[in-house]
Design a protein around this ligand. Structure first.
Ligand SMILES: Cc1cc2nc3c(=O)[nH]c(=O)nc-3n(C[C@H](O)[C@H](O)[C@H](O)COP(=O)(O)O)c2cc1C
Ligand SMILES: [Mn+2]
Length: 492
């Protein structure tokens, strides 16, 4: 499975693909439908098959949306795995690396159509205008932007927004410190235009990898291979020399030139607000467009939860990375790590632990708050005991309400790593600084033996009731329960 079609077939099998064959306007209407349909948690991904003014084109909105099942399928896992299991599996897969496999460009499906020179017209694909104040149509949102370090030749995959600026021109906005920006500047320092390609649709796993921060000196292709469990098939472009995914839907390629900018933005962003005002930004001058027959442009609506394409995707990637970071530091007793997608994907981290020693809970809070996978933007870190499911916000709030002691359980970290897109930091000039709150919502360790026993079910009675569930006229089956009265000495 390396193309969008394979994944879409599986998504259709689990009933999470809705095809929209009625004609829809790409200006605000597609995004409005996506926003409203996305209000239902776990709602479908939408395939728009009839785009006003763009006959023959198709747009797929919010491939992941708020569905763990679609994310599980993208990382080649069972759709019915529990969210915390998916995060743990992703964590393990992120530790593997497999080199991409080069195939002949002629057998790459994305090369079914190649357009150059006067044939180039990127406006034909039906790119959507998402929000009323956006600066234009954004063709690149669920994209994979490919750049190269001119010295080491390391290929980077990153997701950066791209606004249509003309038939042969798209914006190329990357924030300070991002790898595509650093690569671009290295070419410019050598006095050369920077080669760049952008994939607008393909295996959604590549999109997940491109929108996740990995070490700068390793190509994301290797991590994608690790997650896929097989090499990603690529070919070398004869236009830019870049390494491109063979089975993408649409790829544009070209060059970004030093000191050449065009107006770009504003854009409604992942936190549910407009980010920076529009401004002059480098752009890509397109030299070639490649696409499969009847291609699908993939789009990500950035919005408040659950209509946000960055909710589940980022929550999963961040949970997995913080989990790996805590493991790498040798922190014991980690039962689960969760970044609630409700918090704009990045705003919170919850860690559940089996408390093993005095100071353990506050140590976990501080490390989860400041490790590489967890430090960016996150405002609240909550540590809970092992009997609290970190993926269940109701349980987390219950633990905060019953186990934390605000006078002693809250720490504040100041001047921390954040983003220019945090709307709470004003005036905007003070960005990108942030601060963090760590809440220890574990039972106080000093008194853990005397801590009031939690009311728990008797296991024998629970089993009896479960067996009688249908006889009792109750729907479905009895909920699973992890700990019983008999476990009280071990888990309180
Ligand atoms: C839909 C979407 C749009 C994004 N747009 C941008 C953007 O325009 N500029 C940017 O710097 N980062 C953007 N990001 C975040 C980057 O993709 C993310 O930081 C990623 O790690 C960048 O790759 P890199 O680490 O190789 O630089 C976006 C992410 C998503 C999911
Ligand atoms: Mn990178």
């Amino acid at each position: 499975m390396q193309n969008l079609g394979d994944w879409l077939e599986k998504v259709e099998e689990i009933g999470e693909l809705t095809r929209i064959s009625a004609e829809v306007d790409p200006v605000l209407e597609m995004s409005t439908i996506t926003y409203l349909a996305g209000k239902e948690v776990g709602g479908p991904t939408l395939l728009f098959e009839n785009i006003m003014g763009h006959p023959g084109q198709r747009v797929l909105f919010n491939p992941y949306g708020s569905s763990y099942r679609r994310l599980a399928l993208a990382i080649r896992e069972d759709a019915d795995a529990k969210p915390i299991e998916i995060a743990h599996t992703l964590a393990k897969k992120m530790k593997q690396r497999i080199d991409p496999k080069f195939i002949d460009g002629a057998s790459a499906t994305v090369n079914e159509n190649i357009e150059t020179g006067d044939e180039i017209d990127v406006t034909k694909f039906g790119a959507p205008v998402m929000w009323p104040r956006d600066g234009g149509a954004y063709i690149g949102t669920a994209d994979v932007v490919i750049t190269m370090d001119p010295e080491s030749k390391r290929i980077n995959l990153g997701t950066y927004r791209q606004m249509v600026e003309g038939p042969k021109q798209v914006g190329f906005y990357a924030s300070p410190g991002k790898d595509a920006l650093l690569d671009r500047e290295l070419w410019w320092k050598q006095g050369k235009p920077a080669p760049v390609a952008a994939v607008y649709g393909g295996d959604p796993m590549l999109f997940l990898v491109a929108s996740t921060t990995f070490p700068k000196d390793v190509s994301e292709y290797e991590f994608a291979g690790g997650i896929a469990g097989e090499p990603i098939e690529v070919f070398k472009s004869d236009v830019t020399g870049l390494t491109l995914p063979a089975h993408a839907e649409i790829i544009i390629e070209g060059f970004a030139y030093p000191d050449q900018t065009a107006p770009e933005g504003p854009f409604g962003e992942f936190q549910g607000y407009y980010g920076r005002p529009g401004g002059p930004t480098p752009y890509i001058e397109i030299k070639a467009i490649r696409y499969r027959n009847n291609p699908i442009l993939m789009s990500a609506l950035m919005a408040d939860w659950p209509s946000n394409e960055c909710g589940v995707m980022w929550a999963m990637a961040k949970s997995a990375k913080v989990w790996n970071d805590l493991d790498a530091m040798g922190v014991p007793g980690i039962k689960g790590v969760w970044s609630p997608p409700e918090a704009a994907g990045w705003g919170w981290t919850v860690v559940s632990i089996e408390q093993k020693y005095a100071g353990h809970a506050s140590q976990v809070g501080a490390l989860a708050a400041q490790c590489m996978g967890g430090a960016y933007f996150t405002k609240y870190v909550v540590v809970v005991d092992e009997d609290v499911d970190p993926t269940n916000l109701a349980e987390v709030i219950w633990a905060m309400a019953t186990r934390s002691r605000p006078k002693d359980s809250i720490d504040i970290l100041r001047e921390t790593w954040s983003t220019y897109l945090d709307p709470s930091q004003n005036p905007a000039e003070i960005r990108p600084w942030g601060s963090k709150c760590i809440i220890n919502a574990c039972k106080e360790f000093k008194y853990i033996k005397e801590f009031a026993p939690r009311t728990r079910l008797d296991r024998t009675v629970y089993e009896k009731v479960s067996a009688r569930w249908q006889e009792l006229g109750l729907k479905g089956s009895a909920p699973e329960i992890e700990y019983f009265e008999e476990d009280i000495n071990r888990h309180g």
